[in-house]
Design a binder for this molecule. Structure first.
Ligand code: NAG
Ligand code: NAG
Ligand code: NAG
Ligand code: NAG
Ligand code: NAG
Ligand code: NAG
Ligand code: NAG
Ligand code: NAG
Ligand code: NAG
Ligand code: NAG
Ligand code: NAG
Ligand code: NAG
Length: 695
């Protein structure tokens, strides 16, 4: 372990000199710019994802032109191992599994991302998402009644022992194609001659086997040196209340009744940092933000006796990390309310309408066998129905034999029967053709603009997609208001179309815009907004992800109000010098304000809201039950470097070189390990790794 930096150094020397002696004069050496790897994740029993060897994997570039062409890679080609370059149409389960099964001839894969979505649909996710987290009887469990994601080919859950990268279709990939055409392409079946074009990918992963193993290695690492190998997936749940409750008092709140209005905050795809989740995540999230905004005035004026808790759950993709944590906290009296306070759940799922005007209200057939639960569910559905009528929408229930689709509500039901409804755009199987893939993007949700608009004009342009989501938000807001005991005719509750459009633009097209900049808080002024679609992958526990920061600011700003106080007071959670009480009820954030057009200083302001964050880390890590089957156990491996490059190699020496270096590295590390462990007492005076440590 300690020998690694040294061996890498040796390797690089050998490698660089080796290649430069053998390379031809016009050698090209292209480092990829925008490469996105597939990384390793681990759960209680498996490791999934991809990795290279420590020193990077090298192979002869092969551009796969069709599936028949695969033979060259799998058997007939004379120069294995190959680095296979795939056009996205060939990134299918069948091709990938063939490559996986002959991994001795495959050094790695790069997939060229297309500029338009595949019309046939594509989902690398499981066909039965989160199936292990559901506690149904056999007739409903494991998608027995309905396979939710029929296009799901499960590639995201496979393990590959070679690196897989995604590349943008740009000049780099063009150079690779050219390099292949010029040097590697077999002409009339004859063997291509050296020099050949080769590629090297680095994505070595530190963690192996499963979560229990890597957590054990982490704890050993902690006592010796700070080299962690994996981290639990985690972030925060974000919520706000329609009426302030004392957050310092945890546990049961006598007399309080709370409706949980939920949406999910995360998504994923096969590759590490592309998870646009336009329909799977953003449609519900943006709708719920608009609902919270639309209800701000009405809920404050009407003084409802039921509180609405707008909740955004994180990590739901990975066996419901966020919702399971909230339920766990409620059960342990570590939350501001407990499960007895929960009146009902209304969840907004995938609600992209694609021009349609029909929504489906899903409920849980098992808990509805209890008549009092059923009664409440019927009431809820009635509210949604009457609010839909006034908007020319139609809402319907699917058949009663169908299970509840994957949703955060599942985790509440697992604790106890609670009335609730999940709003979706599908009757049975998902209509989303790109579930948890990189194609679930703004194009798919029809967030499109007339040509020629500047970014500022796009921000203020109300798209059709926004109009339709705003209607959904109005529907949900009105129904929620009645559900919370409000008088449905007293207020004209209406979601703001411009707000929805700006939110969609900000999450799916360009987070780095003048409007989002207003809410940027002083505390995290260094938080950066990206220039492309938001990545909704949850990531690891240490830092808040971009969508988390954005949703938190937006929710605070949309539900809260501006108070006249100094930045210092604001950051110290008080309204004036003597204020000691309001921090129990409100949370204050300082926003930097809009940039005045004439270039003078921004004028900041303090937003007071009930918006808070609570941990969204699986209870399995709290309980240190790394083999739990009740809670999510997903961790993400650490890595040192992710990079890739292509170059020319002059001869067969490539293979010899790789072999030679491999043997060299092995011998060196053996020697170093031997040396270090024999001299460990001298080298490390603090503690010592037990010699029989097995990991
Ligand atoms: C699926 O449900 C049917 C009854 O609806 C049951 O007979 C069958 O065993 C179930 N399948 C599995 C795999 O549990
Ligand atoms: C871990 O993930 C694998 C791959 O998806 C899955 O087959 C397995 O059931 C999961 N293990 C647990 C305990 O959920
Ligand atoms: C997906 O792949 C994993 C790993 O091979 C496997 O354990 C799991 O059962 C698969 N799930 C489905 C639905 O095929
Ligand atoms: C790509 O290549 C074209 C033509 O060679 C060139 O005009 C363009 O600037 C290049 N783009 C980038 C991003 O390098
Ligand atoms: C909130 O609860 C804390 C702890 O019980 C108490 O000290 C505080 O006075 C309460 N504040 C309000 C506004 O109820
Ligand atoms: C809420 O009330 C304020 C004034 O109290 C008004 O300016 C604002 O437009 C109202 N918002 C909505 C969404 O009705
Ligand atoms: C809220 O008020 C309504 C009527 O005003 C009443 O029927 C309901 O029981 C009340 N709920 C709670 C939790 O007090
Ligand atoms: C609801 O509000 C309308 C309009 O303000 C009023 O006419 C009606 O009496 C109210 N209904 C109830 C039950 O308070
Ligand atoms: C986004 O683009 C702007 C303008 O082109 C640039 O200044 C900024 O650094 C970019 N931000 C990021 C995170 O790439
Ligand atoms: C935040 O709130 C302020 C004041 O209410 C408003 O001027 C601003 O436009 C809001 N910003 C966003 C991004 O909603
Ligand atoms: C804000 O507070 C300051 C100092 O207390 C006062 O001078 C100012 O007029 C207030 N501004 C508003 C808009 O109330
Ligand atoms: C710049 O804008 C600010 C706020 O809009 C205004 O108060 C100030 O007078 C402007 N200054 C100039 C030089 O125009």
């Amino acid at each position: 372990m300690y020998g690694m930096p040294m061996t890498i150094f040796l390797f690089v020397c050998l490698f660089v000199t080796g290649v430069s002696c053998n390379s031809v004069g016009d050698k090209i050496y292209v480092d990829f710019k925008d490469n996105i790897p597939c990384v390793r994740l681990l759960n209680a029993t498996h490791q999934i994802g991809c990795q290279s060897s420590l020193s990077g994997d090298v192979g002869v570039l092969h551009l796969l032109e069709s599936e028949e062409n695969l033979d060259w890679v799998l058997s007939s080609g004379p120069d294995p191992p190959y680095m296979v370059m795939l056009e996205s149409t060939l990134f299918t389960r069948s091709v990938m599994m063939k490559l996986k099964s002959s991994s001795n001839r495959v050094a790695g894969v790069v997939v060229v991302a297309p500029n338009t979505n595949p019309s046939a649909g594509f989902s690398p996710h499981a066909s039965c998402p989160n199936e292990n987290s559901e506690k149904y009887s056999p007739s409903l469990a494991h998608c027995n009644a309905t396979v939710w994601n029929p296009l799901g080919n499960n590639l995201s859950y496979e393990e590959f022992d070679f690196p897989i990268f995604s590349l943008k279709d740009d000049n780099d990939t063009q150079a690779m194609r050219q390099c292949y055409m010029d040097h590697n392409r077999p002409v009339n079946g004859s063997k291509p001659r050296y020099p050949l074009c080769a590629m090297q990918l680095f994505s070595h992963m530190s963690a192996v086997t499963d979560t229990a193993t890597c957590m054990r290695r982490n704890s050993i690492a902690m006592s010796l040196n700070p080299e962690f190998v994996c981290d639990p997936l985690g972030d925060v749940n974000i919520w706000a209340l329609s009426k302030p409750l004392n957050v310092t008092e945890k546990g049961h709140k006598p007399g309080e009744s709370v409706i949980i209005a939920a949406a999910r905050l995360d998504s994923r795809s096969f590759f590490f940092d592309i998870a646009p989740g336009a329909e799977s995540t953003a449609s519900g999230l943006v709708t719920l933000l608009a609902v919270a905004h639309a209800l701000r005035n009405a809920t404050q004026e009407a003084q409802l006796n039921t509180t609405i808790m707008y909740t955004f759950f994180h990590g739901e993709t990975f066996d419901y990390i966020g919702s399971s944590r909230m339920v766990f906290d409620m059960e342990r009296n570590q939350s501001i309310i407990d499960l007895d306070n929960v009146h009902s759940v209304l969840e907004v799922g995938q609600v992209g309408l694609h021009g349609d005007t029909k929504l489906w209200l899903h409920s849980d057939p098992v808990s509805r066998r209890n008549s009092s639960i059923d009664e409440e569910v019927v009431k809820l559905i009635k509210n949604l129905n009457s609010s839909a009528k006034s908007l020319n929408f139609s809402v319907e229930e699917p058949g009663s034999s169908q299970a509840l689709p994957p949703s955060s509500f599942q985790r509440f039901l697992r604790a106890r029967p609670i009335p609730g409804v999940v709003i979706e755009n599908h009757q049975s199987t998902f209509t989303n053709r790109y579930y948890q893939s990189m194609y679930d993007n703004s194009d798919y949700l029809n967030v499109s603009y007339p040509p020629g608009l500047t970014p500022e004009e796009q921000l203020d342009f109300v798209t059709d997609a926004a109009k339709s989501l705003a209607k959904v938000a109005t529907l949900v807001a009105r129904a929620l208001f009645v559900q919370a005991g409000g008088n449905g005719t007293r207020f004209n509750i209406e979601a703001d179309e411009l707000l929805v459009s700006r939110l969609l633009y900000s999450f799916l097209v360009m987070p780095n815009n003048s409007w989002f900049q207003i809410t940027k808080s002083f505390i995290s002024i260094n938080a950066y907004f990206s220039n492309t679609t938001t990545n909704f992958y949850i990531g690891v526990n240490q830092q808040m992800s971009e969508p988390t920061i954005l949703v938190q600011f937006m929710l605070a700003n949309l539900t809260g109000s501006v108070v006249n106080t100094t930045q210092e007071n604001c950051n110290n959670q008080k309204e004036n010098e003597d204020d000691k009480e309001t921090k129990h009820l409100y949370y204050y954030v300082w926003a930097q304000g809009a940039a005045p057009p004439n270039g003078t200083e921004r004028e900041g302001f303090c937003v007071r809201s009930t918006c808070r964050t609570t941990k969204a880390v699986s209870p399995a890590f709290e309980l240190e039950e790394y083999t739990s089957s009740n809670y999510s156990t997903w961790t993400e491996s650490r890595w040192k470097s992710i990079k890739g490059r292509i170059f020319l190699v002059a001869s067969h020496d490539l293979e010899m070189l790789t072999l030679g270096v491999g043997v060299g590295v092995l011998l060196t590390s053996l020697l170093l390990t031997f040396f270090i462990s024999s001299k460990a007492d001298i080298l490390f005076n603090s503690g010592r790794e037990p010699t029989n440590a097995t990991y």
